[in-house]
Write a protein that binds this ligand. Structure first.
Ligand code: 0X9
Ligand code: ZN
Length: 303
């Protein structure tokens, strides 16, 4: 069965989402955010409890865009489980106030390839005309595409940006799904393993107009996370300031194209993208508290 003391393949993750939906069919829905090169769905879950509020703000969670960052789907399903099973009033309130759209594995082909064949695989699995495989799905969004920190070489193992913006079916379909969401208030992407909280934009040190609010919200989020295990994350700051410049990422496109006010990328912990399975709950709890802190401070600031 499904657990948080082992890593699961994408079929088992999708089955878990279906099981959650079966257990809570009144207020959850299995959703499809797009499709993959090899024909998989980008499957997620919508959690929207029956509170009488038909028009709750949406929080979107993107995990697993990089195939080898296994801790991100694992902590995301941990968080889903907290939302649907916890009796902690802070967590039930967190659940009830939002229309959650949560996607544990937005690069399912890459994740399966990392899981079964090449642990360090990061990209999609699309075939380039020259025979090399995959593009970096976090360099393929239509915002300053290929400007910084991305390769134009299809054989680059890490950061090939694709043949054009949204060349990858995963980013093309997922971006259309995201754009179709009314009332998108927060977009949260999970990566590993730089142990940081990153703000838009990733390829410039120029700050967005509500940067000060994002810093305040991000600091509270990290404080909530730190209370769990004492772990200190760097940031909140732009990637250009504390990591490296990288264009064509999802959060930058969401912020620029959709104007979503609250946009964050968390880099979780690990060593060369490894994290022992028996310690998944440790980061799962950290993530749960970081999201609680994010929402708590955002509401304080009137979002
Ligand atoms: O390079 C990345 O895409 C992320 N780091 S990772 O080691 N997980 O690959 C940083 C993402 C920062 N955000 C954007 N570039 N949009
Ligand atoms: Zn990543």
């Amino acid at each position: 069965g499904f657990s948080w003391t082992a890593y699961h393949d994408v079929n088992d993750i999708y089955k878990y989402l279906e099981d959650v939906n079966k257990a809570h069919s009144d207020w959850t829905e299995v959703i499809v955010g797009g499709e993959s090169y090899e024909g998989r769905k980008i499957q997620g879950i919508r959690i929207n409890t029956l509170t009488g509020d038909e028009n709750k703000p949406v929080i979107f969670i993107e995990s697993g865009i990089h195939a080898r960052e296994w801790i991100t789907p694992a902590t995301t399903t941990y968080f889903i489980n907290q939302l649907v099973t916890s009796n902690n009033p802070n967590i039930t309130a967190l659940r009830d106030q939002f229309d959650w759209r949560i996607f544990p594995s937005v690069n399912p082909d890459g994740y399966q390839f990392s899981y079964y064949s090449d642990r360090m695989w990061r990209k999609t699995r699309s075939l380039s005309p020259n025979g090399c495989i995959g593009a970096d799905p976090n360099r393929n969004w239509d915002y300053n595409w290929l400007k910084h920190g991305a390769s134009n070489n299809p054989c680059d193992y890490q950061t090939y940006g694709g043949s054009k913006p949204f060349s990858e079916v995963e980013t093309k379909t997922l971006s259309a799904y995201i754009a179709s969401i009314e009332n998108l208030q927060a977009y949260v992407a999970f990566h590993s393993d730089a142990q940081m909280l990153l703000l838009p934009y990733s390829d410039s040190t120029t700050h967005v107009d509500n940067y000060d609010d994002l810093v305040t919200v991000g600091k509270t989020s990290l404080n909530y996370g730190r209370a769990v295990n004492g772990k200190v994350y760097r940031g909140p700051a732009t990637a250009a300031e504390i990591l490296y410049k990288a264009s064509g990422g999802s959060m930058d496109w969401v912020r620029d194209a959709l104007g979503t006010p609250l946009v964050f990328t968390y880099e979780l912990r690990g060593t060369y993208f490894h994290w022992p399975a028996y310690r998944i709950p440790e980061q799962g709890e950290e993530v749960t508290q970081m999201l609680l802190g994010l929402v708590t401070e955002a509401k304080n600031l009137g979002y």
